[in-house]
Ligand binder design. Structure first.
Ligand code: C2E
Ligand code: MG
Ligand code: MG
Ligand code: MG
Length: 291
């Protein structure tokens, strides 16, 4: 048996993996070709504070398959992760996102961008240095890049993960803990991971306004994060009531369809420009509930 490698050195097929159905292998090959061809896009979703300040944009990968149509990121990211294509996908996303950050900066839009990285990336030797080199190549300061990680980075080799994350923060890259509250959460991880931001998973935020237990979980998470000096972002905010509740709980920022869905680059640019030249301006005020 010999693993095939494409021109990027990415392992594309391992015959010993029986779980790779023909369908998955087909998608994997298509994804690799789409990345080679530049057919994978990034959309950008704003993170805003309650005073309207835009604190960043999250880059979310979008792939429209020629025959199958839009493939959900969760689906093809799982395929990329289990095949060894993930580092290539992450390079692609970082390259694309940093190019966009540089263009926005040249337009006077100094807004940081967050990129999701998978546990695999954090365990790739030399990842921190490669990110720093990429930043330099684009002339983008490290403070304009944020990396979103999940607690899963600690599953495989906690020491290596810690080293990589220390390397990244040492370069000035900000780390954010994504999907907090799902699956593998433990308070210990909050202490171990050098993150400056915590994102409360959408599953808790969605029912915040109607479920008292979820509301209590969110309240405790915000208080805990604040006591550790972290900025708290709630994801998946879809309505005014949830916005109001989060504001009352002293959450720092929100992300969600109430503010904006993830937008293609040109739309995100218009969105940012409509809110000021500097990227530090208020979105349209949330509908006032008080007279
Ligand atoms: P995530 O990082 O937690 O991203 C948030 C997800 O919630 C996105 O789904 C976003 O479109 C969706 N969302 C945002 N606002 C709302 C809302 O108000 N309501 C609802 N119902 N959903 C909302 P998406 O784009 O399908 O991404 C799914 C996951 O895929 C992401 O979750 C992230 O873990 C992963 N992902 C996306 N892009 C990348 C990438 O470039 N690299 C890696 N490694 N993972 C990525
Ligand atoms: Mg994320
Ligand atoms: Mg998230
Ligand atoms: Mg999530």
């Amino acid at each position: 048996y010999q693993a095939k490698r494409d021109r990027t050195g990415v392992e594309v097929y391992e015959s010993k993996r029986d779980s790779n159905t023909p369908d998955r292998l087909g998608l994997l090959g298509d994804l690799r070709r789409a990345l080679d061809a530049g057919d994978v896009e990034l959309h950008y979703q704003p993170k805003v504070r309650f005073d309207g300040q835009v604190v960043g944009l999250e880059a979310l990968v979008r792939w429209v398959h020629p025959d199958r149509g839009r493939v959900p990121p969760d689906e093809f990211i799982a395929i990329a992760e289990s095949s060894g294509l993930m580092p290539y996908l992450t390079e692609y996303v970082l390259e694309s996102a940093l190019g966009q950050v540089a263009r926005w900066r040249s337009q006077g839009l100094f807004v940081p961008v967050a990129v999701n990285v998978s546990p695999r990336d954090v365990h790739t030797p030399g990842f921190a240095g490669a990110v720093a080199a990429r930043l330099a190549r684009h002339g983008v300061p490290a403070g304009a890049l944020q990396l979103e990680i999940t607690e899963h980075v600690l599953l495989e080799d906690p020491q290596r993960a810690a080293d990589t994350l220390a390397g990244l923060t040492g370069h000035g890259v900000k780390m954010s803990l994504d999907d907090f509250g799902t699956g593998y959460s433990s308070l210990v991880h909050l202490r171990r991971l050098p993150v400056s931001e915590l994102k409360i998973d959408r599953s808790f935020v969605a029912r915040l306004a109607i479920d008292t237990e979820d509301a209590e979980i969110v309240r405790c998470t915000i208080d805990l994060a604040h006591s550790l000096g972290l900025v708290v972002v709630a994801e998946g905010v879809e309505d005014d009531e949830t916005w109001e509740r989060l504001r009352d709980l002293s959450c720092d920022a929100v992300q969600g369809w109430l503010v904006a869905a993830a937008m293609p680059p040109h739309e995100a640019t218009s969105w940012l420009l409509a809110r000021g030249e500097t990227g530090w301006h208020r979105p349209p005020p949330a509908p006032a509930l008080e007279p």
